[in-house]
Design a protein around this ligand. Structure first.
Ligand code: AMP
Length: 395
């Protein structure tokens, strides 16, 4: 079965086509700057990649380009029978993968209140894909689903009950597909049944989040109602004193929209250094740039604080798992975040940490009680697996 994975953002569509159950990625690509005259179209099949710019007026035009490319170069005479859509927010309604019906799509629209930047383009991607591929089963994979096992004393905020009852204000958590995927990979690498593995999973990409995984299930996570909470990120502040927005409103006369923009797009690494890409910040640090040094200290200190907190939550952990762009590729961040944690049973082997090897790696020193792993994430494959599994069960 061919499974197309679609990730529709506000101005982009990312796709991967997998042959399942072989898990073979046949084709992938990305359309960026949708809505602009010079949208960037990248299409790949096997090792042949083409890039060009053209007018892509909307998501429908973008998906049509992908559909034509697949029909022409990849699927030749084969029908596409399944599409897995990444959907950011499933609220309390969805704790697992869903076959998309009118009711599910209506709910995804409703949940846009909780994810105003993400759910509307996700829903648009589904609608367009229903028109272009009417014969295919459409499946939604929710980024919040893995965190549906977090208990109430953790997901509730200490604010009046009505905020939860009337507005759904609680912790939902994000990056669930990635945390779940690396949890499964780590359990199998460690040779432990999924339901007895305890991990701290550390997803460090443009967005960053950590999850305490108890017996294979999410029991706490650093993002909250929105992806703004928790760790310091590329452009997002992560945890700050909740009084700061009121202060900014009163003292700097900023509007809610301006404060939202400031904390989501102008903060984090970018706020301290002017750069949101960690590679640039590392480069600046090498040139003795003081803001870069400070930003990296702040970034790693916050990861360390969550490691301590989640170790307390779990009691004990089999492994810490680093993943995503920074987690998989930055020895500096791994080392600095875990510095001084020997008393907690966490000790990195510096030379293993600095080796560049692909696939799952073990980085702990011999004396370390807790293992330290790098597990490459693959959200596209995880979505294809879940789509395939749901449709196989339905048969
Ligand atoms: P992701 O969201 O998973 O694609 O991760 C994006 C982040 O990973 C960016 O901040 C990149 O700077 C960072 N990244 C990618 N490669 C490296 C690398 N070799 N060293 C440090 N950071 C990296």
């Amino acid at each position: 079965m061919n499974v197309l994975v679609l990730n529709s953002g506000s101005s982009s569509i990312k796709f991967s086509l997998f042959k399942m159950p072989e898990e073979q990625e046949i084709s992938l690509g990305l359309i960026e700057k949708i809505g602009e005259e010079n949208a960037l179209v990248t299409l790949r099949v096997s090792s042949n990649e083409t890039k060009h710019t053209q007018l892509v007026s909307d998501h429908s035009a973008g998906l049509k380009i992908i559909a034509d490319f697949l029909a022409d170069k990849v699927l030749i005479n084969q029908e596409l029978s399944a599409i897995g859509h990444r959907v950011v927010h499933g609220g309390e309604a969805y704790s697992d993968t869903q076959l998309i019906t009118d009711e599910v799509l209506r709910k995804i629209d409703e949940l846009a209140v909780l994810a105003p930047l993400h759910n509307p383009p996700n829903a648009e991607g589904i609608r367009v894909s229903q028109q272009i591929f009417p014969q295919a089963n459409q499946v939604a994979i929710f980024d919040t689903a893995f965190h549906s096992t977090i208990p109430p004393y953790t997901y509730r905020y200490p604010v009046p009950n009505r905020l939860y009852q009337e507005h759904g204000i609680r912790v939902y958590g994000m990056h669930g597909t990635s945390h779940q995927y690396v949890t499964q990979q780590a359990a199998s690498f460690l040779g432990k049944p999924l339901d007895s593995v305890n991990l701290i999973t550390i997803h460090l990409g443009n967005g960053c989040s950590m999850t305490a995984v108890k017996n294979g299930k999410s029991t706490d996570t650093s993002m909250g109602l929105s992806p703004l909470a928790g760790l310091m990120m590329g452009t997002r502040s992560g945890d700050i004193d909740p009084a700061i927005p009121f202060f900014l409103s009163e003292q700097a006369e900023m509007s809610p929209a301006e404060i939202d923009h400031l904390l989501n797009h102008e903060s984090g690494l970018k706020g301290i250094t002017g750069e949101n890409d960690l590679r640039e910040v590392l480069r600046k640090q090498e040139q003795e740039d003081k803001p870069a040094k400070l930003a990296l200290e702040m970034y790693c200190y916050r990861i360390k604080k969550y490691v301590g907190a989640y170790l307390a939550v779990l009691g004990s952990a089999d492994a810490l798992v680093f993943t995503a762009g920074v987690g998989e590729n930055s020895p500096f961040v791994r080392e600095k975040s875990l510095e001084g944690l020997e008393a907690l049973g966490i000790q990195l082997d510096s030379s293993k940490n600095n080796q560049s090897v692909s696939g799952i790696q073990e980085l702990q020193a011999e004396d370390s009680k807790i293992k330290i792993l790098v597990v490459p994430t693959n959200e596209e494959l995880a979505i294809a697996q879940q789509t395939f599994q749901l449709l196989s069960e339905e048969k």
